[in-house]
Design a binder for this molecule. Structure first.
Ligand code: MG
Length: 371
């Protein structure tokens, strides 16, 4: 089959409540959805949403990238994975969200054409994936309420955004969550690069008393040596998130023994490169956690297929972010049940875009190119 039409549409979806990290707070998630159509009437979908909450300017930038990449995609034949890899190799200059969207849409097309799931094409089996609940607020009272709701809904792992300007505020936040959740619940924290090495060591050794599964990205992403210094100084395992954008980052992290756990965000890496990192991590004996980048349903579904490739005993993945948004832009919503993200039925990615919802949340940054 051959790609005959490319369409994309930028969106803006409100967060149900303000999304707060050490980088600030956001009211809206800005992103972009991509559709590839073939001459045999199949449509593949992918999501190119900036990492984080995004903004209109970033979506406009992605729109420009889509325009300039259209000639690569239009009339391209996709009859199997080799063709997909060859298209992907001509995207090396594209941004990671754009590569992620195109690679997802190509796998979606291939899966639909072969009547298989994407995870099956990648050598895995569809299965529900254990996921953590995300608590991103600076209010201890609100955090405790979210923790209570999450535990009642069956989550057994909670991830808390920390890195407040004053350590006391993080202590209050963690204390409120641990007290509400009880001792059985697994708690992990994410500082999103908020600390320097000294602050990180102090914060982690202070917060360790609340029982932490791991701490994510305590220091600046580019500061791999600093991450390694923190890792040897504390007893809580260290996870690399922002520090992991490519296979060469993964190699560097392994060589410097800077992290115990690799966080894979396909929107920051691309789908195919994420698969390479998965293989590297497996060889190095690193645990991997696949997380969303706060995408709508299409992006989360693509990451779910990736997550299903991990060993079933892996720590919970960060894919329960759909409910943070007012809409996931899908006809049949992805289902969270008792701390698991269920696998959608259907070939390819297994999701169907809700065109009407997409129109409702569109920000007018759209494009289409036909053969
Ligand atoms: Mg993170």
């Amino acid at each position: 089959m051959k790609i005959t039409r490319i369409e994309w549409c930028g969106y803006r979806i409100p967060f149900k409540s303000h999304y707060v990290t050490s980088n600030g707070r956001a009211e809206y998630r800005y992103g972009l959805l991509l559709r590839l159509q073939t001459d045999d009437g199949i449509t593949g979908v992918g999501e190119a949403s900036p990492v984080g909450a995004g903004d209109e300017q970033e979506v406009a930038q992605i729109h420009q990238e889509m325009l300039s990449l259209s000639p690569v995609l239009l009339n391209a034949r996709i009859d199997g994975e080799p063709a997909l890899h060859s298209i992907s190799s001509s995207l090396s200059s594209a941004s990671a969200p754009v590569r992620f969207s195109i690679e997802s849409a190509l796998y979606d097309l291939l899966g639909k054409a072969q009547r298989r799931t994407v995870v099956a094409i990648l050598g895995g089996t569809p299965r529900p994936v254990a996921v953590n609940a995300l608590i991103a607020t600076d209010s201890p009272k609100q955090a405790a309420r979210y923790a209570q709701e999450a535990v009642a809904a069956g989550f057994t792992t909670l991830k808390i955004k920390v890195g407040a300007p004053r350590l006391e505020d993080d202590i209050r936040l963690l204390a409120a969550v641990r007290q509400e959740a009880g001792p059985q619940i697994t708690i992990r924290i994410d500082a999103n690069q908020a600390w320097n090495v000294k602050q990180a060591i102090k914060a982690i050794t202070t917060l360790e008393r609340f029982g932490l599964e791991y701490v994510e990205q305590p220091v600046l992403a580019r500061y791999i040596r600093g991450l390694a210094e923190v890792r040897v100084a504390v007893s809580t395992p260290i996870a690399a998130d922002e520090a992991l954008s490519s296979t060469s980052d993964a190699q560097r992290l392994i060589q410097s023994q800077a992290a115990d756990i690799f966080i894979i965000k396909a929107a920051r890496i691309g789908l195919l490169e994420a698969l390479e990192i998965l293989a590297l991590a497996r060889k190095a004996g690193k645990a991997v956690i696949v997380t969303s980048s706060l995408e709508a349903g299409v992006g989360i579904a693509a990451s779910l297929h990736l997550a299903a490739l991990l060993p079933e005993t892996s720590p919970a993945c960060g894919l329960a972010t759909g409910p943070l948004l007012e809409s996931d832009l899908l006809i049949d919503h992805l289902v969270l049940s008792h701390g698991l993200l269920l696998f959608p039925n259907g070939h390819g990615l297994g999701v169907v875009l809700d065109e009407e919802a997409l129109r409702r949340y569109s920000i007018g940054i759209t494009g289409s190119v036909s053969a």
